[in-house]
Design a protein around this ligand. Structure first.
Ligand code: SF4
Ligand code: SF4
Length: 443
């Protein structure tokens, strides 16, 4: 039964938009099949912290309830992990419901000063590789001088803002930067079709995990792809989009589209699950933009996760032996948002000597979720600890994932540098195997 959508003349949400959003909300038949898959419901047992509860709250907002207060609180607690989308038998498009509701929160709610400051700090840093590089240099200097270790132990550490403590626990040891040339040429024989791919280097990935990008480019080149690495690219907008910062996300999306259209590539390859899922949503994000709508939809259609592309194209470079046990972690934005579960496992299974182990509760989010672990650190820590217990119980030597955020989160939850486990992106494992096949020492 539809609600009267014209009852709120003061609301900035148009009647047409409200009706479209109500249609999405009313797809939910309240069956509750999604509840057990929802990490916040699993932790709290609160209906309002479940997908069904949040959809109900959004329905109330569309019926006139202010979004500030309970709706905002429970929307903020949602990880956007999309486990509920996988679980829902009715095909409810929760991702669209939460994205639109979050954008409304950002438009209409004045957050308290502490929350505003936190969000301003996070979004003034993360989508900007230039600023991240400055932060990385400071981190490297603090590490070299021993200041980072000293500060952690000093009594002052207890009084540092929670954001800094969380960042310190998540940040990996600062390694050397691996720079990529604008073009990494395919190994012969070059593929005959779809051979020119663009590589999204990302914001956090390009600064803190440049080795993952370099490994990705080597793997693609070994598999016969020319890899174009546009220098003008930046953040794809995923972090902003997931937080409801629609305008910022749209601006970053437009820049990314310009950049890859100019690069004239057949496919854009992404090695960070959150970025891939956001880029596959560009068509929806920019659907009302006359200049970009068509180009956005086209870019979404030719965006592929690394493992998705390799699996579809078929691998041919010889794999070298890696005698190791590996636990594979499903990043939510790969498994739930993009439906990619089989491809990374199949690629790992091609490596001789590698033994793959499954992690308990594979569908449950690790608590990373973009910048969720910075904005909601308490919930993120609980989920991190639960995931770490499952990962460590596998007894595997290496945890492999396809998202830098998950690797940072699980590594921190497993005890950081004190853990005997190592943490690798799937591109690094594939690269190590290819290098082992060439007789090099696999790193
Ligand atoms: S996206 Fe994840 S956290 Fe949010 S309601 Fe769905 S299952 Fe729960
Ligand atoms: S979102 Fe889907 S699974 Fe969850 S209550 Fe609604 S219809 Fe049922």
């Amino acid at each position: 039964m539809g609600r009267d959508v014209r009852a709120h003349p003061g609301s900035p949400v148009s009647d047409v938009e409200r009706q479209a959003r109500l249609d999405l909300v009313e797809d939910c038949v309240h069956c509750g099949f999604c509840l057990a898959s929802c990490p916040t419901y699993v932790l709290t047992g609160e209906e309002a912290d479940s997908p069904r509860g949040r959809i109900h709250l959004v329905g109330q907002v569309l019926g006139g309830t202010p979004i500030a207060g309970a709706p905002q609180l429970h929307l903020d607690r949602c990880l956007s992990c999309m486990a509920c989308v996988t679980a829902c038998p009715s095909g409810v498009r929760y991702g669209e419901i939460v994205t639109d509701a979050r954008a409304q929160v950002e438009r209409e709610v004045r957050r308290d000063p502490r929350d505003r400051l936190l969000r301003t700090a996070v979004f003034a840093l993360f989508p900007y590789p230039g600023r991240l590089r400055v932060a990385r240099s400071l981190l490297a200097a603090a590490e070299r001088s021993g200041l980072r270790r000293l500060l952690r132990r000093a009594p002052i550490a207890r009084h540092m803002p929670e954001l800094l403590r969380t960042l310190d626990s998540l940040a990996p040891a600062v390694g050397p930067v691996e720079r990529l040339p604008p073009l990494v040429r395919a190994a012969e024989p070059r593929r005959t079709s779809g051979a020119r791919v663009g590589l999204l280097t990302g914001c956090v990935q390009s600064v803190l995990f440049s080795g993952v990008n370099a490994a990705t480019a080597r793997v693609l080149a070994a598999e016969g792809f020319d890899v174009v690495v546009p220098g003008a690219q930046g953040c794809c907008g995923a972090l902003s989009g997931h937080a409801g910062r629609e305008r910022e996300a749209a601006e970053l999306a437009r820049r990314t589209i310009d950049c890859f259209d100019a690069a004239d590539v057949d496919t854009v390859v992404v090695n960070a699950a959150g970025c891939g899922s956001a880029m596959k949503e560009y068509g929806r994000l920019l659907r009302d933009d006359r200049t970009y709508a068509r180009r956005a939809a086209e870019l979404s259609a030719r965006t592929r996760d690394l493992s998705e592309l390799l699996r579809a194209a078929g691998t041919r470079a010889p794999r070298g032996r890696l005698d190791m046990t590996v636990a594979y972690h499903d990043a939510c934005h790969l498994a739930h948002a993009q439906g990619i579960r089989e491809a990374p496992r199949a690629l790992l299974a091609e490596i001789p000597g590698l033994e793959l182990r499954e992690v308990a509760e594979p569908d449950l989010c690790c608590g990373s979720a973009g910048v969720y672990n910075l904005l909601e650190p308490g919930t993120a820590r609980q989920l991190g600890a639960r995931k770490a217990a499952g990962v460590l119980a596998t007894g595997a030597e290496v945890l492999v994932a396809a998202n830098p955020g998950c690797l940072m989160q699980i590594r921190a939850a497993c005890g950081g540098a004190g853990s005997s486990m190592t943490f690798s992106h799937i591109a690094e494992v594939l690269d190590a195997s290819l290098r082992a096949a060439c007789g090099e020492a696999a790193g």
